[in-house]
Ligand binder design. Sequence first.
Ligand code: 4AD
Ligand code: MG
Length: 434
Amino acid sequence: MTPVVEIRRVSEHAGQEVTLQGWLYNLRESGKLLFPLFRDGTGIIQGVMVKSAVPPEVFDSVRGLTQESSLRVTGKVRADKRAPGGFELDVSNVEVLQLIPGEAPYPITPKEHGTEFLMDHRHLWLRSTRQRAILGVRHEIIKAVRDFFDERGFTLVDTPIFTPSACEGTTTLFEVNYFEDKAYLTQSGQLYNEAAAMAVGKTYCFGPTFRAEKSKTRRHLTEFWMVEPEVAFARLEDIMTLGEELVAFLVARVLAKRRPELATLERKIENLEKVQPPFPRLSYDEALKILQGKGSEIQWGGDFGGTDETMLSETSEKPILVHRYPSQVKAFYMAPDPARPELALCVDMIAPEGHGEIIGGGERLADLALLEQRIQQRNLPRQTFEWYLDLRRYGTVPHSGFGMGIERVVGWICGLEHVRETIPFPRMLYRLTP
Ligand code: 4AD
Ligand code: MG
């Protein structure tokens, strides 16, 4: 019995006979030679098969292989400087697990397919080299997020998905039946994070969040993953620095560990290498002046749209921290700036190269009376916030936090045009399948 080996580890078996398990990626034929390309999820290797060196039925079975047929292949690993991974396989035997019939071939071929076709076949599309590279970078970013917070003494506290109330405004709630009652899918774990921060000091939650946003932009999903740190006693400045350190850490980790994937995606490495702290910090007022100078129609008091964010990102090679927006465009829980109470002590981080807002957060309203007033002014159902108000009744302290959308960050770091490729099975306004 030959050892079963992953393609990523064939270099440890040079000169040895091994068995690989996977799928046929491609097949090239040249006279009495066959060059099957095998993939197994960990890599791709080219096989070489000489007609005279194998029994005729083995040669014929490989010649009849179709793209994505599943198989077990045995052969000798040979170092070859010209091969993409540095190694080739001299194939001696192939066991076909499933031969995809020629009449009903694998639907995704190396030719160009339209986006809708690929999205309809997302369950198969994931097997492509490009999609595997994105999955790898996403995995690395998620692992790095956890490492970052774990190394800094944060406790992961999971927050609920079914919630009784809105966190980010009532217009983007997904309502679901909850026995005799109704519930909403969470928009953000923040309110629960605030409870957890009062228990453990520094906390984060990391899970799926939902927004019934009828926007069809390249930055919006209806289901996305968000990591949200919350820190007791932290002020706006502290949380801006935390966001900056997190983002720089993530970029550095991907540069250190995922160069091959970035190369597959043809990502401009030089642009990522510039992402070093400090990031530029601009007040909303300063950002507004820049935008108006560049021809934006935006007036004081308005929120930045996608185009405004893209214009702003053109002014810097690094992400930009925009702070102190007018309270009226921000959520009810934002603390007012004591120097100018019409402003919120909040921050948005805008990614470079037009990838939009990747972080939103700030300092929370810690004062009970002011918070009660906000809930009333914004017509929020008071009884569902009673537990939240308890946090201001029993030992309230200044505290701050933010949320970072994983898909936006993956989209930026991978240099993708649209967030739909950053998540394995995207959920969007017009897409719920596969
Ligand atoms: O700015 P947002 O709405 O902030 C909050 O939800 C806060 N409660 C977070 C907190 O302070 N704990 O969302 C935070 C981030 C955005 O900056 C963006 O990266 C991402 O979540 N995001 C989306 N990503 C994809 N599709 C959408 N529809 C998104 N909406 C927000
Ligand atoms: Mg936001």
